[in-house]
Write a protein that binds this ligand. Structure first.
Ligand SMILES: Cc1cc2nc3c(=O)[nH]c(=O)nc-3n(C[C@H](O)[C@H](O)[C@H](O)COP(=O)(O)OP(=O)(O)OC[C@H]3O[C@@H](n4cnc5c(N)ncnc54)[C@H](O)[C@@H]3O)c2cc1C
Length: 294
């Protein structure tokens, strides 16, 4: 990874209080760095670059834990993506959407440094882990000088590379609520070359919880087809309370495509991306359905 970044200062606090002190002291001139895999490859002057800033390294503050609590699975913001991939609970249903997203994220080398917190806070529209986290409806625990506050992930994204954190706040923890019984989840990613370091052209995650023969809770998350990763709520409503038969899934997938607002760029046209949203959502819903049964 070539590093073009020039920064003003580097701080390595030993705990959260010390990190907050530095963030408060330097305000907009401070930036948290975790794995650095988004920050360090930025071009000088790039939109989200830490250029000229005081970097606050949170990789050595004990925020790399993953533990089961009463209300769900708590993941420290600095847990690396490979660590998350190795957590046994995530390698089986109903958490497969997360392990699939991990497997599609970059390479082993990058995943050894890149953190879940960095993937979330970078607020890229194509961030792979954001999608299962939306499908799991996670809560984000944030801390700042005024104490801790929780933000539902749906309220966290404010725009491309913009999130709901104030400049003197940092993400502490991601809490994934335990999935209900009879839940199946899935993640799918379409890349241009389908190589390990491809950023997504379209990525989706779905979660279906069944009650009898009908869908009870449905979540459909879309990435790379709007300024932020988001839930396709109109598509979700088509399935909720109904049998997930072929026609209903088709209607929901079409509604998800209608909700997407992709752009034309060097990697794909908007029209192609929209078409692929419908295909990927249909496949992910079918995978989710198959998994809840197994
Ligand atoms: C070769 C390569 C391939 C990649 N492939 C993929 C891919 O396939 N899929 C994908 O989604 N991404 C990919 N990425 C992007 C990157 O690896 C991920 O977004 C990664 O998860 C970022 O985590 P990090 O710890 O390195 O973040 P950093 O670079 O340390 O930080 C990213 C942003 O988050 C902020 N931040 C980090 N932690 C916190 C915190 N706790 N509180 C507040 N703010 C915080 C930083 O200030 C910065 O703005 C790739 C990057 C490279 C270099």
């Amino acid at each position: 990874m070539s590093v073009a970044l020039k920064f003003e200062g580097y701080h390595r606090p030993g705990n959260v209080d010390q990190a907050l002190e530095v963030l408060t002291e330097y305000g907009n001139n401070a930036q948290v760095i975790a794995g650095g895999t988004d920050i360090l490859p930025q071009r000088p002057g790039g939109k989200n670059a830490g250029n000229g800033k005081h970097l606050v390294d949170i990789a050595h503050m004990g925020l790399d834990y993953i533990k089961e609590g009463k209300d769900g699975i708590h993941i420290g913001a600095a847990a690396t993506i490979n660590r998350i991939g190795a957590f046994p609970l995530f390698s089986s249903s109903p958490y497969l959407a997360l392990s699939e997203a991990v497997a599609c994220h970059s390479t082993q080398t990058i995943r050894n440094r890149a953190t879940m917190g960095g993937n979330v806070c970078n607020a890229s529209p194509c961030a792979d882990l954001a999608l299962p986290l939306l499908a799991f409806d996670v809560r984000l625990m944030v801390t700042g000088p005024g104490g801790n506050r929780q933000i539902p992930i749906q309220d966290f994204y404010m725009g491309t590379n913009l999130c709901a954190l104030d400049s003197n706040e940092m993400l502490l923890e991601i809490c994934i609520p335990f999935c209900e019984e009879k839940t199946g989840t899935a993640f799918l990613k379409l890349g241009r070359q389908q190589t390990a370091i491809d950023m997504a052209l379209v990525n989706v995650a779905t979660s279906l919880t069944m009650k009898g023969q009908c869908c009870n809770t449905v979540r459909i998350a879309l990435g790379s087809v709007g300024p932020v990763p988001f839930r396709a709520t109109t598509a979700e409503a088509i399935l909720a309370g109904n049998r997930p038969d072929k026609e209903t899934i088709h209607q929901a997938a079409k509604a998800a495509a209608d909700a997407s607002a992709p752009i034309d760029d060097i990697r794909a046209t908007a029209a192609y991306r929209k078409k692929m949203v419908a295909i990927l959502v249909r496949q992910a819903l079918e995978n989710s359905l198959r998994r809840y049964k197994s």
